[in-house]
Design a binder for this molecule. Structure first.
Ligand code: 6GU
Length: 257
């Protein structure tokens, strides 16, 4: 996967991607990243890339031309036919809300271009010209698209074969089948008087798998019952979910209604 990020803060992107699992994936060549500074494509000697909004109002708007030149620079260096131009993701709270299914789809692409806006937005004309996907990371407002781009790249990268140590760990985790992950424990077996669930010490494979599944269902019912609409539950599991939901206080359930 080759990520290209158009941004006014390339160091923010490069720094955040240099660590831990993603940093290792980049060194190993599973993922590459270039952060391209939109300011390098300013058309004036002051390197300004924003201006006042037509019609007035608060804040500044990023101009179309520097963004377009930055995009052209990336595309020209890629030497791909127009028919296979990569998707261009504009990070905006007005976009479709990013989720694990979208991450899986993006992970199948060879190249992805992200456009990080700042100020009050980006001139609509260049968005119409180059953007293929409008994506948000949730219903709250950030100061720019850099953090959302990083969130997306982290999520997508770990789905690329080879990036995680264990090939199947990406798909056994939370959301894999619309269920949250079961609780985890490590040594010591007793911590401050609290024991690890005994099934985990038994080494009994079938009992373990059943316990994992049941814990995932319980946890999802307690914390994210909204996810269960997409989950494939047995009749017994559906009964378990009903009991948990009926047993919850109003305070516990209001969060999800
Ligand atoms: Cl993608 N951008 C900004 N500025 N704020 C956001 C967002 C994106 N997603 C949620 N809030």
């Amino acid at each position: 996967m080759n990520f290209h990020v158009m941004t006014l803060f390339p160091e923010m992107i490069e720094n955040a991607m240099g660590h831990s699992i993603i940093g290792r994936a980049m060194k190993a060549g599973y993922v590459s990243l270039e952060a391209v500074n939109i300011r390098d494509f300013a058309d004036n000697k002051h390197n300004r890339v924003d201006d006042y909004p037509y019609g007035g109002g608060a804040g500044m708007v990023m101009q179309a031309e520097p963004v377009y030149r930055c995009y052209e620079d990336i595309i020209n260096r890629m030497e791909c036919p127009e028919s296979s131009f990569p998707r261009v993701i504009y990070l905006t709270p007005q976009g479709r809300v990013f989720d694990q299914d979208m991450a899986r789809e993006y992970a199948g692409e060879e190249e992805l271009i992200f456009l990080c806006g700042h100020y009050e937005g980006v001139d609509e004309r260049v968005l119409n010209r180059i953007v293929t996907d409008y994506v948000s990371i949730g219903d709250y407002v950030l100061t720019g698209g850099e953090l959302p781009a990083l969130v997306m790249m982290d999520t997508i990268s770990r789905l690329i074969p080879g990036v995680l140590n264990n090939d199947d760990s990406a798909e056994t985790e939370s959301f894999a089948d619309s269920l949250l992950e079961y609780p985890q424990y490590t040594r010591p077996a007793v911590w401050q008087g609290e024991e690890v669930p005994s099934v985990l010490l038994s080494g009994h494979h079938k009992n373990l798998q059943e316990w994992y599944r049941r814990q995932s269902v319980i946890r999802t019912a307690q914390r994210r019952p909204d996810l269960l609409k997409k989950a494939d539950l047995t009749p017994e599991e559906q009964e378990l979910v009903q009991e948990i939901i009926e047993g919850m206080t109003d305070k516990q359930t209001t969060r999800v209604e």
